[in-house]
Design a protein around this ligand. Structure first.
Ligand code: ANZ
Ligand code: ZN
Length: 801
């Protein structure tokens, strides 16, 4: 007996549309379940995308059954490169292509039968939406958090265009293979670094995977250290280095500056000038990723020496590209005995190595590799003998007291380069006036809409295609009314996704980004479901935006996402599922063949939801067979309910317990296996007792509802209910009722197991012994029982002689 998935799913989808199962009411609690909104690509959804959407929908339906009204919205993160590249290649306007892709995504999402609230749909490319993306930028600009800066960016001299880091391969242009250089271009920056400390500290209280918290912590990269001033020998000049290891100062045997360090020209001696200039030019052609890579060290001596401020030692100053210009001070003191990179450099260029820390209790022997652990100070004058951990603090204090340096806190986090020289993004709402400088477009003139252009190609001058539209570019200054030009850079794709979760709470408000009332009603997000690939960028930007909006009074919480769940990827043939790998499984055919319920359940069954899991088309077949089994169990027993036995009652409570606890732990794959196990158990009980009781059957249907909602609704109707199963309340369990009524007791004679007996849970000692003795009676070879031992609930031991 197979169920007709096509008819059932169609029927319930239509009913839900007419009569939504998720409805607000006076007795409802609120819950906000958010999916990371998708980029509507031309490829549509594959079963890998479904995983997260199924997870969040199962969770939302579970909450509906717990009497919540669930905000479960969906929208589109639709600005960005792919649509623009399609426009360039195929001549389709990004707006047109995007609209078509969204329609296809929507159709596919409908098949999941997720309870999305389509009235709240947002689209980042909609002017009514990006008006507020621009508004936030204006507010940041007013607070000095958005600013302009000349920044070196990757530049291909032959393509005449700026390149993203990902477009630079091995130092060459991905498109034409020429050597990529750096070009200084004016960029808009957001001062996220002003929030570094709060972004770091507030991670503590979040119910997020530890892995993601660690990634953000490392990304922010707070370190304590010191800046130390070294005099330059023979010049009236000092160079500041940044170190996290002031304890190693006596072991500094040379200094290295970044090739771009501003003092390089000044300190370089005449003899070294040519070599230094050549090296500086070469370094400018490499990306920082390449520079940090572990490879053969390169460098050039400047001809100059610095003086170690503690012991007066003269140490040579070199330049090398392993020192980055924009981290710390762009200059380091090198301690080859205790740092890997300095060690490699010293070996390559034959520079001295002085050990200043040794293993506790060990001897200082010639180092064949750097010693990077803590230990005891040696060769360090008055600091000898103390631990290196202590020396960090003591030497830093000493330097500070003697005016040679100061203790510092450093962050790896950089300000955010916020401009793109591209068409398909939010125009940055700034006007440049010769008299007034950069002026924000006034609030009542927002949004600054994206004009139509003829060519989407990057212009090659480092300017966006918008720069070519004179009527749009030329405008008047909002401040003085004089002639002015619009900013032609657009925002990065991250801009719209940094705050969209707020807009869902009040999507049609044209007066405010979100009203106080709606903000307080819905926000913050209770659970956020999405891929781990967004662990740093998106999730950090969203936290930054929220904190900023908190500071200006738009929201009254500092963290947007209370709980985060990262689903693992779906792989096939060992690789991440993706169009480019050619291993995509489309949900469309599977829905056709097995129905959405089967696919939903298989998405969960495929593996622990937080781990990557290998897709197997046969797996869905197994789930389909299981659903048919449930169908059979219920339809065969629904018309002849029996009186509940203790066993039925016990099994029902255990079922509710297992499903609920696994659900709460988000072990959704084991929820499915739990259903399989208990369906078999119930089938056996039904056979033995000639039927099942009504409560057990109905409980099973309610528990199944979040997972296979169409089948559950149909079964619910077949069992005589006129209202939706989602009007029910998630069942509860009673641990007392889960307990078995009888237990097995081992019966031993002289310590050897003879048999077991079944007794009541609270049977008296006398009665248990009685039964045990009865069992062995006549089998004692004429011996007598001399002692009776009972370990309650476990063993009876009879000692005979
Ligand atoms: C001396 C020293 C001795 C260092 C030692 C390390 C170990 P984090 O933890 O990543 O902040 N450094 C400083 N500025 C740098 C730059 N612009 N480019 C490359 N390296 C730089 O690392 C700080 C350490 O990295 C600093 O401490 C410095 O080397 C190096 F046994 O100073 B250290
Ligand atoms: Zn002006």
């Amino acid at each position: 007996m197979r169920y007709d998935h096509k008819a059932i799913e169609k029927k319930w989808r239509e009913r839900w549309e007419k009569n939504p199962i998720n409805q607000d009411g006076p007795d409802k609690k609120k819950y906000y379940c958010l999916d990371m909104f998708p980029y509507p690509s031309g490829n549509g959804l594959h079963v890998g995308h479904w995983r997260g959407y199924v997870l969040s929908d199962v969770w939302s339906r579970y909450k509906v059954l717990q009497n919540y009204y669930v905000l479960h919205p969906m929208g589109w993160d639709a600005f960005g490169l792919p649509a623009e590249n399609d426009a360039i290649k195929k001549g389709i306007h990004p707006k047109v292509g995007t609209a078509r892709n969204i329609a296809n995504f929507k159709r596919q999402l409908h098949e999941i039968s997720a309870i999305y609230d389509w009235d709240r749909e947002v689209n980042t490319t909609d002017p009514d939406y990006y008006k507020w993306t621009q508004w936030i930028f204006v507010k940041m600009f007013e607070k000095g958090l958005a600013y302009e800066k000349e920044m070196p960016i990757n530049w291909c001299p032959s393509c005449k265009t700026g390149l993203a880091n990902e477009e630079v391969v091995g130092g060459t242009c991905e498109r034409c293979g020429s050597l990529v250089t750096k070009k200084n271009l004016r960029q808009w920056m957001l001062k996220i670094t002003a929030y570094a400390e709060r972004l770091l500290n507030d991670l503590q209280d979040l119910d997020w995977p530890e892995k993601v918290k660690k990634m953000q912590t490392d990304w922010i990269g707070k370190s304590y250290g010191a800046e130390i001033d070294f005099k330059v020998d023979g010049l009236d000049k000092q160079i500041k280095v940044f170190t996290t290891r002031p304890d190693t100062l006596y072991g500094a045997t040379f200094m290295v500056l970044a090739p771009e360090h501003e003092s390089v020209p000044e300190i370089t001696t005449e003899e070294q000038k040519q070599a230094v200039e050549e090296y500086v030019f070469q370094a400018s052609t490499k990306s920082s990723v390449d520079r940090m890579a572990d490879k053969e060290k390169t460098g050039v001596f400047t001809g100059r020496y610095a003086i170690n401020p503690l012991n007066g030692a003269k140490i040579p100053i070199w330049i090398s590209d392993y020192v980055l210009a924009d981290y710390g001070t762009g200059a380091i003191m090198c301690v080859p005995a205790h740092d890997e990179r300095d060690f490699a450099f010293a070996k390559k260029f034959n520079l001295p190595i002085i050990q200043v820390i040794k293993k506790e209790g060990g001897e200082a022997v010639e180092l064949i590799e750097p010693y990077t652990e803590d230990g005891v100070m040696i060769n360090s004058g008055i600091f000898d003998g103390i631990s290196s951990k202590e020396a960090k603090e003591v030497i830093a204090n000493y330097l500070q007291e003697h005016g040679i340096g100061k203790k510092t806190v450093n962050y790896k986090l950089r300000d955010w380069v916020f401009s793109r020289q591209r068409y398909w993004g939010e125009p940055i709402p700034i006007v440049h006036c010769e008299k007034c400088g950069a002026v924000a477009v006034p609030e009542d003139q927002l949004p600054v809409t994206l004009p139509e252009v003829e060519s989407y190609e990057p212009t090659g001058t480092g300017e966006s295609p918008l720069a070519a539209i004179e009527e749009w570019v030329n405008t008047t200054c909002p401040k003085c009314g004089g002639p002015a030009k619009r900013e032609t850079n657009t925002m990065p794709q991250w801009a719209g996704s940094s705050w969209y979760f707020l807009r869902y709470a009040d999507p049609h408000n044209d007066k405010e980004l979100v009203s106080k009332e709606m903000m307080q009603k819905w926000l913050p997000v209770d659970i956020y479901v999405g891929g781990i690939e967004h662990a740093v960028l998106h999730l950090l930007y969203a936290r930054f935006y929220t904190k900023f909006l908190y500071d200006i009074g738009v929201v009254d919480f500092e963290e947007p996402f209370k709980r985060l769940f990262n689903q693992g990827m779906i792989t096939k043939n060992g690789a991440k599922m993706s169009k480019s790998k050619g291993n995509v499984v489309s949900p469309d055919e599977l829905v056709e063949r097995y129905g959405a319920d089967s696919l939903r359940m298989y998405e969960l069954f495929v593996g622990p939801p937080e781990l990557d899991s290998e897709w197997d088309d046969r797996g869905i077949d197994g789930v389909y067979r299981f659903i048919n089994k449930v169908w059979k169990l219920i339809t065969e027993n629904k018309d002849a309910y029996v009186e509940p036995t203790r066993e039925m009652e016990r099994t029902r409570h255990k079922l509710v317990y297992e499903i609920t606890t696994r659900m709460e732990d988000f072990h959704l794959n084991t929820v499915v296996s739990g259903f399989m196990e208990y369906t078999n158990k119930l089938a056996n009980i039904a056979k033995a007792s000639n039927g099942l009781d009504q409560e057990t059957i109905e409980t099973l249907i309610v528990l199944l509802a979040p997972f296979i909602p169409h089948v559950a609704e149909e079964l619910w109707e077949m069992t005589g209910h006129t209202e939706s199963v989602f009007k029910e309340t998630w069942p509860t369990y009673d641990e007392q009722k889960m307990k078995e009524d009888t237990i097995e007791i081992a019966v031993q004679v002289n310590g050897k197991l003879r048999s077991t007996i079944e007794v009541d849970l609270n049977e008296s000692k006398e009665s248990v012994l009685e039964k045990a003795k009865a069992l062995v009676e006549g089998k004692l070879d004429g011996k007598n029982i001399v002692k009776e031992i009972y370990v309650p609930g476990k063993i009876v031991n009879l000692v005979v002689k």
